[in-house]
Every structure is written in structure tokens, then in C-alpha cells.
Design a protein around this ligand. Structure first.
Ligand code: B12
Ligand code: SF4
Length: 577
């Protein structure tokens, strides 16, 4: 956020950039560059979705993540930057480092680089493709053996295609490897000529077909380094003679106790910011019927408490990091291990603020106390529904009563709660949606969001397709008791009716934005203020009003928002400096 001295901030940023460029110019040769996230410009994404029509479920779903301003769609990060800038200018403070979605180190990119280095190879990573093109180009000029493109968040090819084109235009010699969930999904969903088409669309040299993939990548890089033919390496696919050739599949079983990250090493090369993510487990022990993550990721595997301690110690040594986000899908399962982890964080006096996914139906009083004492500041609760019948259909293995109790206890311990819900799951009716609305209004999680059920082939509910008369796919579906447009109507009503909890948008924002926001020197109350004002703007977009009236009210709301933000301490300090 705002720095104490704007001029110093600019100078130190420029120096940092120079030192990175200098390092890239003179460093040793690179075996592999790992590319993190391609956060495509938001207006481009809106245009793409708009092609389905403004009445489409995909567009209506996205609409909950942006405000229509005069100059075009503004997602919540853009809105935040806009109003913070306006507030800073009004206070007489000009220079400011903006909020960037995804600025937190991309875990897959760091993880893979770390793995390669542990195996005696040299690796660098590009965190955010759109923001680091200059650095990327410099690295490509060093003639690396290959570039590995991660695909954690992509369900379509185009963010990868853009990276491939960028590389080919600058260095046609470098081999390009793509792996991760996108490739796993393609290999599962397509075969024969369709698979050829979908991989040809990407135009990489090699594809890694494994839910872990790190050992395969290391073997491939070594092979390229030693100028050997990679054809014998398991878990690889590539196009040969117009067909997809695949080597034998040999699922990787890399131990999480041998793949922990030494963050202090990365901190010496790159500024890491104040917030980091880490994982202590792979996959999930549950089998929710709308989710195929456990199927894709395999059996639940856990890192030992000592490994987690070691990684946290490396974060402490790395310097300024204040917030840690555990990305494990069910961090508190199994509960005895979770308590051990909390005790370890207390004993080691780490004093990090930490955040995680949390199953509040799988906790007890001792766990709540340990969480608070060990620094937990917020949790993401996958509640999904306030209807017992829908929770049963979802195979959630949770009860509404335990959820209510859990939210109450978390709040008593000063832990921020975000409830995530799904609307329209098979069995959903007007009455069950009302139960969810009542649940949110009564239990008041600090933040909430409901999203339309995504009808995904391959998820367990598909085995009950006939029972629920499910037709359609993705965002567009129908089942015995609801259709996707009806579900969207319910979500809009939910947003307009619920005043007891604040709507948290998804795109470029989400719950993980809170630790990042805190890492910029702001508070949860500041976050609440911003969201409350943003919700008023979103309400204006969703409720019908004559254009002139809407514009007048929007201007008024924006002015009030900027006024509220002017009192944020970081802005006042920067103005005073
Ligand atoms: C944290 C998280 C988020 C955070 C991200 C915060 C951040 N800035 O990083 C938030 C909440 C913002 C988020 C958002 C989204 N997410 Co999310 N998220 C996750 C989560 C929990 C962890 C991801 C992670 O970092 N994993 C840890 C790393 C180390 O693992 P990994 O990425 O899988 O990488 C490993 C392997 O896959 C492999 N690998 C990956 N790439 C490559 C490449 C090569 C070459 C090789 C060899 C190997 C390899 O190597 C790694 C080590 O083994 C996962 C679920 C999960 N547990 O994985 C979902 C998940 C990745 N998200 C998912 C989705 C769909 C999204 C959204 C698109 C949702 C939406 N509809 O908007 C958005 C997109 C992001 C955006 N623009 O906002 C899906 C992805 C599905 C897919 N790709 O098929 C997942 C799997 C959840 C699910 N429901 O199944 N997400
Ligand atoms: S929704 Fe979460 S808890 Fe349920 S199976 Fe998927 S990852 Fe596990």
C-alpha cells in the first residue's frame, strides 16, 4: 500500500528491478524457467464471456465480480486501486504501489523450481506472466533448455497459448513443456483426433501427464541437458506424425517430506512480499459429490509436522513475511494432526497470521482455542448449503447445526469467517434455497458468496444422472427440480436480500485477497469498509434504474467510498510523510 516516502519507494523499486535485470544478465545458464500465472486482462475476459450473451449463466456469474463504470468493467482489484488512488490524491499523497491480483508467489511455480533445484538443476520462475514480460525476455535470451508452463487455474487453453507464442517469438530453440491440471483434464476428456486438436492448439513440445509431474519434469530436463532422447521417460505425451504419442504412465509418489520449499533461498533472489502460500497435504479425504479433486489428486498424503515446521522456519528466516495461507483443502483433517500443527506453531513462536480452508463441522473447542493462539486470523468454509437435504445429496458429511456452532465459535475466537455456497445442486428447490438464505442471515459469516452449481462430467453426482434427471453441462443444465437460469435468479435474489454478511466476489479477488490486503498494512475492518461500499455499487448494477439516475447514484456512492478510504491509516501516514 502507500509507503512512508513516495520518492524513496519509487527509487527502491527501480533499484530492485535493476538488480534483478543485472542478475539475469550475468547469472549461470538456466536449465528451466517455470512460468506461474497468466492473469489475462480483465476487460479481455469480460469480452470473451459476453459473447455467450449477457443473459447467459457464465456472464451472470461473472457479473458478481465486477462493477460497470463509465470507462468499462472494473473488477474489485481495479476498483480498489481506483478508489485508493483517488483517496491518496485527495490527501496529497501521490506515489503508491497498486494491488495486483496474484502477486503472492505462485505456489506451483515455486514448488517446481524448488524441486528442480533439489535435483541439481538450475531453475528460475516467472510469477505473473503479464507483469514480468521484460524479465522473462531476458531469461529467454540466456537460451534455457526449456520452459515449463504451469496450468493450476486454467480450464481453457488460451492463457497457455499466449505464453507459448511469446516464447516462440523470442526464442524458437527453447523446448516448451506444459503440465498440471489442464493437461490432466485434456487427457481424461479427449481421445484420438480431438486430443490431437486440443494439444496442437497449444503447440508445446512436451506434455506432462501426471497429477504431480515434478519428477517427470526433472527427468525430462536432465535428458535435454544430456542430449538424450526423452521418449523413454514415463508420463510424457507429445505429437508425433500427426498423432499423440504417450509414454507409459507411472503415477508419481513424491513424498511431501522431501519436497518442502526453502523460502529463504527464494527471498534472496526475488522480493516475496508479506504473504505466502504453502501446502502441507495433497488431495482430500472427503468425497463431495460435486467435486472431482480427490479423484484427480489421488490418495490424501500429508507432510509430517517436522516438515511443516522446517518450511515455516524458512519463511521466518526469509524476512518480512507476516501472513501464511495454507492451501490444503481440509487443513483440520485429521483433527489430531491439526492440533499438533497448531501446538508446533505456538511452541516455535512463529507469530504468523495464518489462513486456511477449514471444515468447521470437524472441529472441537480445543482446536478453536489452539487456532486462535497459533495466529489463525481467517478461514474459508466450504459450507455449500443451509439445507440438510442438499448437504446429504452433496455427500458433505456435515450438518447444518455443526456449521452454525462452528461459525459461532470461530467468531468468538476473533477468526474471520467466509462461507462459500453452491446454488442449484440436484435436489435444490425454492424452499432449500430459502433455507440457505436463512442460514446465512442467522449465522452471519463475515463474508459469503454463492455460486451456481457447475455441472461437471466425471464428478460423483454424474453417477446419479438418471435419478435426478440431469441434462446439460457446465453452467447450462437442468435437473428434476431446477434449471440453471432459475438458479441464477436465486443467487441474484440472495445477493439483494442478505444484509447480514458481505458478498465476496471471486474473480481476481476471493478470500485469499484478505491476507494479501493485510500484508499491505491494512486491516480487516478496512476490507469490510471497501466491500460494503463495493456491494452498494454492485447492487446498482443488478437492480434496474434509469440510466441517468444510476449514474448519479454511482457518482455519489463512489464519492462516499473515497471519503471512507481517506481515513485508512496507511493513506493518512503517506500523506503526512
Ligand atoms: C489456492 C487456490 C486458489 C486461489 C489462488 C490464490 C493464488 N493467487 O494463487 C483462488 C481462491 C484465488 C483460486 C481461484 C481460482 N481457482 Co483455485 N484453487 C486453489 C487451490 C486450493 C490450490 C492451488 C495451488 O496452489 N496448489 C498447489 C500447487 C503446488 O499445486 P498445483 O498447482 O496442482 O501444481 C502441482 C501439479 O499440478 C503440477 N503442475 C502444475 N502445473 C504444472 C506444469 C508442469 C510443466 C508440470 C511438470 C507440473 C505441473 O506440479 C505441482 C506440484 O506437484 C486448488 C485446489 C488444490 N488443492 O490444488 C484450486 C484449483 C486450482 N482452483 C481451481 C479453479 C477452477 C479456480 C478458478 C478458475 C475458479 C473460478 N471459476 O474462477 C479461479 C481462477 C483464478 C483466478 N483468476 O481468480 C481448480 C482448477 C481446475 C482445473 N484447472 O482443472 C482447482 C483445482 C480447484 C478445483 N475445484 O478443482 N484458487
Ligand atoms: S469439495 Fe473440498 S472437501 Fe469436498 S471433496 Fe472436494 S476438496 Fe474435498
Amino acid at each position: 500500500m502507500a509507503t512512508a516516502c513516495p520518492v524513496l519507494a519509487k527509487v527502491s523499486l527501480a533499484l530492485l528491478k535493476l538488480s534483478i535485470i543485472f542478475k539475469h544478465t550475468f547469472m549461470e545458464s538456466i536449465d528451466c524457467i517455470v512460468v506461474g500465472y497468466n492473469d489475462i486482462p480483465f476487460d479481455r475476459y469480460v469480452n470473451l464471456i459476453e459473447r455467450y450473451g449477457k443473459g447467459s449463466e457464465a456472464y451472470r456469474d461473472l457479473k458478481f465480480s465486477f462493477i460497470d463504470l463509465d470507462h468499462g468493467p472494473s473488477n474489485y482489484v481495479e476498483l480498489l486501486n481506483h478508489v485508493v488512488d483517488a483517496a491518496a490524491v485527495q490527501k496529497g499523497a501521490s506515489a503508491r504501489q497498486g494491488f495486483v491480483s496474484g502477486e503472492i508467489p505462485n505456489l506451483a511455480a515455486v514448488y517446481l523450481s524448488n524441486f528442480l533445484r533439489r535435483h541439481g538443476l538450475t531453475a528460475n520462475y516467472i510469477n505473473l506472466f503479464q507483469n514480468e514480460k521484460e524479465e522473462f525476455e531476458l531469461l529467454l535470451r540466456k537460451d534455457p533448455l526449456c520452459v515449463a508452463i504451469t496450468t493450476t487455474f486454467y480450464v481453457l487453453n488460451f492463457p497457455v497459448n499466449e505464453i507459448v507464442q511469446f516464447i516462440r517469438a523470442r526464442n524458437p530453440r527453447v523446448k516448451i513443456v506444459v503440465g498440471g491440471p489442464l493437461i490432466g483434464n485434456h487427457l481424461r476428456n479427449y481421445s484420438d483426433s480431438e486430443l490431437v486438436d486440443v494439444l496442437n492448439d497449444i503447440k508445446a513440445d512436451y506434455y506432462v501427464v501426471d497429477s504431480q509431474g515434478e519428477a517427470t519434469l526433472a527427468a525430462l530436463v536432465r535428458c535435454l541437458k544430456e542430449n538424450r532422447d526423452p521418449a523413454g521417460i514415463p508420463n510424457l505425451a507429445y505429437i508425433s506424425g500427426g498423432r499423440v504419442a504417450t509414454s507409459p504412465l507411472l503415477p508419481e509418489t513424491n513424498s511431501l517430506d522431501e519436497t518442502d520449499i526453502d523460502w529463504s533461498q527464494f527471498a534472496r533472489e526475488m522480493p516475496l512480499g508479506m504473504t505466502l502460500q504453502m501446502r502441507t497435504a495433497r488431495s482430500c479425504a472427503f468425497k463431495c459429490s460435486f467435486c472431482n479433486y480427490p479423484t484427480r489428486a489421488g490418495k490424501l498424503s500429508l507432510a509430517g509436522v517436522e516438515t511443516v515446521r522446517r518450511e515455516l522456519e524458512s519463511i521466518r528466516t526469509a524476512g518480512n513475511i507476516r501472513n501464511v495461507v495454507f492451501i490444503d483443502d481440509t487443513f483440520n483433517v485429521p483433527l489430531p494432526r491439526f492440533k499438533e500443527l497448531c501446538r508446533m506453531m505456538i511452541d516455535c513462536k512463529f507469530h504468523f497470521n495464518w489462513f486456511s480452508y477449514f471444515r468447521c463441522s470437524n472441529s472441537d473447542e480445543e482446536a478453536f482455542e489452539l487456532m486462535a493462539e497459533s495466529g489463525c486470523k481467517g478461514v474459508f468454509l466450504g459450507i455449500e448449503s443451509g439445507s440438510p437435504a442438499i448437504l446429504k445429496n452433496m455427500n458433505k458429511a456435515a450438518s447444518v447445526e455443526r456449521y452454525a456452532e462452528g461459525i459461532k465459535r470461530l467468531k468468538e475466537h476473533g477468526i474471520v469467517t467466509f462461507g462459500s455456497f453452491i446454488t442449484g445442486f440436484p435436489g435444490e428447490t425454492d424452499a432449500t434455497v430459502q433455507q440457505t438464505i436463512d442460514f446465512i442471515r442467522e449465522n452471519k459469516p463475515d463474508f459469503y458468496r454463492s455460486q451456481i452449481w457447475y455441472c461437471e462430467p466425471g464428478t460423483p453426482i454424474f453417477r446419479e444422472k438418471e435419478k435426478y434427471a440431469i441434462s446439460g453441462e457446465g453452467f447450462v443444465w437442468e435437473h428434476a427440480t431446477m434449471s440453471s437460469p432459475e438458479a441464477m435468479d436465486h443467487i441474484e435474489r440472495m445477493f439483494l436480500e442478505i444484509k447480514e454478511s458481505l458478498w465476496l466476489p471471486q474473480w481476481s479477488f476471493d478470500f485469499w485477497f484478505i491476507p494479501y490486503f493485510l500484508g499491505k498494512g491494512l486491516s480487516v475492518d478496512n476490507f469490510r469498509t471497501f466491500l460494503a461500499h463495493a456491494s452498494r455499487l454492485l447492487t446498482l448494477d443488478l437492480e434496474y434504474a434509469p440510466a441517468a439516475e444510476k449514474r448519479r447514484m454511482q457518482t455519489e456512492h463512489m464519492r462516499e467510498m473515497v471519503d471512507a478510504i481517506k481515513s485508512w491509516p496507511a493513506i493518512s501516514q503517506s500523506a503526512a510523510a
